[in-house]
Each structure stands twice: as C-alpha cells, then as structure tokens.
Write a protein that binds this ligand. Structure first.
Ligand SMILES: Cc1cc2nc3c(=O)[nH]c(=O)nc-3n(C[C@H](O)[C@H](O)[C@H](O)COP(=O)(O)OP(=O)(O)OC[C@H]3O[C@@H](n4cnc5c(N)ncnc54)[C@H](O)[C@@H]3O)c2cc1C
Length: 464
C-alpha cells in the first residue's frame, strides 16, 4: 500500500532538487540495498537528497505524515538502520562534496561522502583526519558514533577532530553546532549517533600526514597465536602514537606474498602502520617479526590512500554479516586463551576476529568531554562473521553469540555503538555510561517525538 497519496508525492517531487525512488521503479532494489546483505527492507519511498533544502523538505514531509524515517549516509552500518520497511528512507549518498581549505587545515564534508572521498581530497594537500580502515565506509555514520582508525592514537577519534556540524532538526530547521554555538548539541553529536537530527555538513580539522607512510602485514601460523598475542600486548604498551598495530585472526586470503599452501590456513596477522620517517618506522617494525616464525610479510612505504584501501577487497558489500564487539582495557591471559580457542573454529572462511588498538590520544581526552564514553578502551575486539548463504544464518549467528559470551568476563562491558547489531538495544546505556541521562535530555530538546529512532536509540528524557 502506498504510504502517501499521489498528489502529495507529486507536490513533494516538485519541491526538491534530488529524486524520489518508489517501489517498482527500476532503480528501487539497487538504491535500497546497503552493505550488509542480511538487510532486505522495502521503504515506502526513498528521497535521494541533493542538498540541505531537500533534507529539510524530507523531514517536514515525514513529520507532517507521521512517517517512519531511516537515514542513509554511506550505508555501512551493520544494524541496517539506514533502511526501513514502509517508511521514508532519506538517502544522503548523493551529497558527496568534500571541500578542503589547506591554509586553515579544514575539510567541509557532505554526509554522503565515504572515507575514500575524504582521503582523496585531503591527501592532495598531504593532509588527513583520523577515520576508519575501509575506504567505502560513510563519513557520516562513522563520525557520529566516534570513528577510529590508523591515525587515532596520534590525533584522536574522528569526533575529536570535528570542529563544527550543520544539522537539520526533527522540526526541519537547520542549526549549527560547535564549541561556541549550541555547545550542548555539539557535545551530543560527538558519539551520540544520529539521534538528534540529520547532519548535512561536517567540518574537520586536518593534520599533516604522508602522503607516504610505512605499513603492511606480517602473517604468522595460527598455532603461534598465543605467543604472538602475548608479545603484541607487551609491545604495544610502549609504542609511539605514530604507530598502530591491529590483529586479525582468520583463514589466510590468497595474498601474493604468501606461499600457495598457506592460502586458506588459519593465521594470525599483524596489520601495522607508522606515520613518520621510514627509518624510525622500520626499526619499530623489526621486533614484530620475532613474535613468532612468520609465513610471510608485505611491509613497505606506500601512499596513505593506498593503505586506507588495503582491506577493501575483504570487506566488499553483498555478503551476509553479523558482528559482536567488546572493549578491553587489557588483553588478559584468559582473554588471549579465549581468542585463540575460538579463532580455531570460525564458522565460515570469510570470518575473522579483529582487534583494533586505541589508546594514545583517544584515551587522553576526558570521558565526559564528548558523548563517546569509552575512552578507557585500549583494544576494541570485533568478530566479523561473514557468509554468503542464508541457510547458514542461524549457525553463524549462534557462533558469534557464543564467542561473545565466552569473552565477556574479560571485557569492560562498554561497547562502540558503530559495531553494534540491531538486537543489542540493552547495550546502548552501557555504551554511553554516565552520559546517558544528559543525552536523553538532549534528545528531549531536539527530537522529543523520537522521529530519529532507527539508530542505537536514546529515548527522550520524558519517554519511558
Ligand atoms: C567494512 C566496515 C569497516 C568498518 N571500519 C570501521 C573503522 O575502521 N572504524 C570505525 O570507527 N568504524 C568502522 N566501521 C563501522 C562504521 O563506523 C559504521 O558502520 C558507521 O555507522 C557507518 O556509517 P555509514 O554512514 O556508512 O552508515 P549508514 O548505515 O548509512 O548510517 C548509519 C547510521 O548513522 C546514522 N546517520 C547516517 N548518516 C547520518 C546523518 N548525516 N545524520 C544523522 N544520522 C546519520 C543513521 O542512524 C544511520 O542508520 C566499519 C564498518 C564496515 C561495514
């Protein structure tokens, strides 16, 4: 059944610069598709916004007709909240402009831009801001949840580099938020997700990075995983902020630098990064090789933009995905034993256990200075379960949950909201900790009717 009368749709279409896509239109199935193929929802109408005016019109339409609203940035979120059944999908993916002011070291980014778009423009001037590790992830969702990647130990989370934002409120009004203008909203936007409105512009601080950095992979056999992890936790406690090392436990992809017989074997991989002079970086990398007896490695100087795309081939859209995530302040012996134990029985060939290293600048910033409350996390573990066939859904999801429960006693209990799947609603309060009530009051101020509820939802303070 149509969610709006024909004349309302015609009237709305005449008022926007972008397009609408309706069920049955040739592009409908393509436009409603997001990164996680588990999500198969059918919006009643999709608005492909061309600019702020369209976003304001779309919000007003939803408000007037009491429509369920989903907001799509890069479409990468695992929970799939970028798309809804029956309601209005506000698709920002066409708003991709990135303007860099090299003199002021600022980037002005529209909400449909992906990390690769941002890096492409900023690296033309040898500049960058910390984001994530996959170039096709959306800047918008990543930033609103916190955002971290290779540069975060040096420059903080993505939100720590957010200077200001423009946002369309639940009433369809544009507001600006910065340290001096609507500072309460600016606090909430830095980690509070898409709860308060639709952000139409992000202003970021930029730093000198690259354009070449030292990075690469060192691959060890899985039967050396305990030693590698024990060496790893000790080593990363004293590395400089310019360095970052993440761990991946999975089956070896057919990487050209690995002997063919290793392809498909269980391995533990150190993914390393150093943004500084090559000689210092090489000296810092050298000890990693003796964490075990590596199968092989590919380490060298490369463009920052190339390393930012290095994991793209393993993270393409179209597969079925389920994630579970824990934060750790330390990798205890029991945590290491649990990781090693479960990594030996991952439920599909594409699945992996990922450990991202935070600390550095991310932990120096006071926990209450932004809505992101997980500043104590030194390691973020994410289990990426990935498979192709819907018949494997139950088995793969059950495996992820079992592993998550087994690792829980060694974790902080906190979580990064951008790694949460949909059914984890009770973890939202854990993610925000002491700041939750402040966020609920902010939600009450900017979105009392909870129009923006398809997200890791913060309930307005007065709502039970
Ligand atoms: C392959 C892959 C790799 C990843 N790597 C990292 C990483 O290295 N570091 C990291 O920090 N995270 C990483 N993530 C997680 C990522 O931060 C989240 O998935 C994030 O939500 C993606 O943002 P998006 O705009 O692409 O997603 P979308 O699904 O489009 O949006 C996610 C949600 O954000 C909200 N939203 C989006 N745009 C707006 C807007 N303009 N205004 C208001 N609300 C909005 C909506 O609630 C929406 O449901 C990764 C995800 C994937 C799939």
């Amino acid at each position: 059944m149509a969610i709006l009368a024909d004349e309302v749709i015609a009237d709305f279409t005449a008022q926007i610069r972008g397009d609408i896509v309706m069920p049955g239109d040739p592009s409908y199935d393509e436009v409603r598709q997001i990164w996680n193929a588990m999500i198969d929802r059918r919006p009643g109408m999709i608005v492909r916004c061309a600019g702020v005016a369209d976003v304001m019109q779309a919000v007003s339409l939803a408000l007037q007709h009491n429509l369920l609203v989903a907001v799509r940035g890069g479409g990468h979120n695992i929970a799939g909240n970028a798309v809804c059944d029956d309601g209005l999908m506000i698709d920002l993916s066409q708003m991709k402009s990135v303007r860099v002011d090299p003199g002021k070291r600022r980037a002005y980014v529209e909400p449909g831009a992906c990390l690769g778009d941002l890096d492409h423009e900023t690296q033309a001037f040898g500049l960058a801001t910390p984001t994530g590790i996959n170039s096709t992830t959306g800047v918008a969702g990543l930033t609103l949840g916190g955002g971290f990647g290779w540069l975060s130990r040096k420059f903080g989370l993505t939100i720590d580099n957010l200077v200001s934002a423009d946002m369309v409120t639940a009433e369809g009004v544009l507001v600006h938020a910065s340290a001096t203008e609507n500072p309460d909203l600016f606090w909430g936007l830095r980690g509070g997700g898409g709860n308060f409105g639709i952000v139409t512009l992000f202003e970021f601080e930029l730093h000198q990075v690259g354009p070449e950095i030292l990075a690469g992979l060192i691959v060890f056999p899985a039967n050396q995983a305990t030693a590698v992890l024990e060496n790893y936790r000790k080593y990363v406690a004293a590395i400089p902020d310019e360095m970052n090392i993440w761990v991946v436990m999975r089956k070896a992809p057919p990487l050209p630098f690995l002997p063919e017989e290793v392809h498909g074997q269980n391995v533990i991989v150190l993914a390393l990064f150093y943004a500084g002079d090559e000689q210092t970086g090489q000296a810092l990398v050298e000890p990693l090789r003796s964490f075990g007896n590596p199968y092989g490695e590919h380490v060298g100087v490369m463009p920052f933009t190339a390393w930012q795309k290095a994991f793209d081939p393993l993270l393409t859209p179209g597969a079925r995905n389920y994630w579970k995530s824990h934060n750790f302040t330390e990798l205890s012996d029991q945590a290491v034993a649990t990781l090693v134990d479960y990594a030996a029985s991952l439920p599909s060939d594409q699945s992996e256990i990922f450990i991202g290293l935070l600390g550095g600048e991310t932990s120096r910033i006071a926990a209450d200075s932004t809505a992101y409350a997980q500043r104590d996390a030194q390691f973020v573990m994410n289990v990426h379960i990935r498979w192709e066939d819907a018949q494997d859904d139950q088995r793969c999801i059950a495996w992820a949950r079992e592993f998550f429960n087994a690792a829980a006693p060694y974790a902080t209990g906190g979580v990064y909201i951008n790694f949460m799947t949909e059914e984890e609603g009770d973890r939202v309060t854990a993610a925000y900790g002491a700041g939750y009530q402040r966020l609920a009051r902010l939600k009450e101020k900017y979105d009392p009717g909870n129009l923006f509820r398809l997200n890791q939802n913060i309930k307005p303070a007065t709502e039970k």
